[in-house]
Write a protein that binds this ligand. Structure first.
Ligand code: NAD
Length: 323
């Protein structure tokens, strides 16, 4: 039986990945500083550890058999939507880098065979509306829009350096915005699809929803099931270097709101308010990931239907006044 360690298994993508790997027949250990919030973990073993500490990375990587894990998936990070990324840049640069520095070096030293790192399209510079598509090579010369992107870029490079020295196979994905059930939907770390689902659910039919900025920023969203499948396929491919994981469906935030309202069966308007908007536009090639036979299966409309339904259910469970 193959063994996998999922770091960040208490979080959104990590908890879905644990389930996926178990279904594939892996023995899975999850590790996180917290248990998953929305449903119990499906990992065979789960350790609550702070991965900023080197000794804790060592513990997470140690198996009773004395053998190294066949695969390590590193998704632990201090992470949130644009509001969090702008307000917590010191925490991101301090905490996420410690996790990556310690986990990469410990995994390489003990002989882990394959190591996956969850990077982000935040490593790219800002783009203009209508600008032609750019591919993975455009991350250099580097000019990420925020510190979260700089941390990811440094960690990508560190993993590649350790991979060269220790012969550990490294696979690096640059995720677009991932959304779906079991993601934060309130409290400050939520991302636009879950935040808009919450706002629409709490707004009467015909009412207005607040959005940050003018809503014309262009974004790309990938449904959780499509992303987890892509991670697994990338891990087992021979694709060296960073690989974008997203779709070709670029939309404005206004369109995303429209799809959310459709999912709710409501008509809603919007009111622009001040807030951290982030980059103006996104348009990234996905040729590398599709070259290994992966394609997204969910359109944004379909994915938002599932996401909205899940967020609405959580709000009702918490006794909030869903309209
Ligand atoms: P998440 O916040 O739901 O999960 C991250 C997990 O890391 C959390 O459960 C958190 O508790 C854990 N963690 C943080 N600090 C830790 C520490 N010191 N020790 C142990 N665990 C710690 O985020 P997610 O959306 O599941 O993202 C997973 C990965 O994918 C992250 O690396 C993130 O940067 C990357 N990513 C996500 C998206 C997205 O849209 N969700 C986009 C690009 C990249």
């Amino acid at each position: 039986m193959k063994t996998a360690l999922v770091c960040g298994a208490g979080g959104f993508i990590g908890s879905h990945l644990v389930r996926f790997l178990r279904e594939k027949g892996y023995w899975v250990r999850g590790v996180d500083r917290k248990l998953p919030e929305f449903s119990p973990t499906e990992a065979d073993d789960f350790l609550v550890l702070d991965l900023r500490e080197r000794e804790n990375c060592e513990k997470a990587l140690a198996l009773d058999s004395g053998k190294p894990f066949d695969e390590v998936y590193q998704l632990a990070a201090d992470m949130g939507g644009m509001g969090f990324i702008k307000n917590a840049e010191c925490e991101i640069m301090h905490n996420s880098i410690l996790i990556n520095v310690n986990m990469i070096s410990e995994a390489a030293k003990i002989g882990v065979k394959r190591y996956f790192f969850s990077s982000s399209v935040c490593v790219y510079r800002d783009m203009k509306h209508g600008e032609p598509m750019i591919d993975e090579t455009a991350a250099y010369p580097a000019l990420p829009d925020n510190e979260y992107g700089w941390e990811k870029l440094y960690s990508e490079r560190m993993l590649q350096a350790f991979s060269r020295k220790y012969g550990m196979i490294a696979r690096i994905a640059r995720f677009q915005n991932c959304y779906g059930p079991d993601s934060s939907y309130e409290g400050g770390r939520e991302k636009a699809p879950a935040a808009l689902s919450r706002k629409v659910a709490l707004t009467e039919d015909g009412g207005d929803v607040e959005i940050w900025g003018d809503g014309l920023a262009v974004r790309n969203f990938i449904y959780i099931e499509d992303l987890v499948r892509a991670v697994y396929m990338l891990m087992h491919s021979d694709l060296e270097g960073a690989v974008n994981i997203g779709t070709l469906e670029n939309v404005t935030v206004r369109q995303l709101l429209q799809y959310t309202a459709e999912a709710a069966g409501k008509t809603v308007g919007f009111k622009s308010v001040d807030g951290p908007v982030g980059v103006a536009s996104r348009n990234f090639a996905i040729d590398r990931i599709t070259s290994i036979g992966w394609q997204p299966e969910y359109s944004l409309r379909e994915g938002m239907k599932k996401t909205y339904a899940w967020v609405r259910e959580q709000l009702i469970k918490n006794g909030q006044e869903v309209k």
